[in-house]
Write a protein that binds this ligand. Sequence first.
Ligand SMILES: [Zn+2]
Length: 213
Amino acid sequence: MHGTRAQTLQQPRAAAASKHAAGRIGPNAIIQTAEALRLRLGEDIARRVFAAARLETYLAAPPAEMVDEAEVMRLHDALRAVLDDDTARAVSTRAGQLTAAYLLAHRIPRAAQRVLRVLPARLAGRVLSRAISAHAWTFAGTGIFTARPGRPTIYEISHCPLCRGHRADHAICDFYTATFATLFKTLVHSQAQAREISCEATGASACRFEIAW
Ligand SMILES: [Zn+2]
């Protein structure tokens, strides 16, 4: 029965395999970062960040298809280069929240959302984790996503595109953290929270996200 519910959220696996090989990421990683920059810091700063990433054209003509993950990596590099650490992280967090809001509004069927909300949190978390795993090809690029449902739920992304090549003394993949947190808070448990408990940027073997409620 849960399989049926999860399948309403899933995409064909053949598509998953071919897109994954290309190292592409859904356009929300670009579009919602632009929106978060505009909302928090205004058009001028948004333009400066996108120029630093050599992606200015996306401000006028947002990508409609999946993009090369290298573009998402450049955008996150540019956020950290142009903005101070706290601001870059706040923008990434907002972009993740906006991405989750987009998925809730346009990608996750209303009927499936209603089912998740009435299921006990433990079961809803499992169904949502299965759907997120099935869609990992849309957000992880050449990163490798694995999920361990439960309480807490642990997601792992190795070879993570958001922090690849970066060194930091703290976790920096706030875009993913905020996306997972918002989806779980909306669909699984109103008190759900997510945090990145290890990050490749700090030398960990993978980025790991703990979602608890
Ligand atoms: Zn990370």
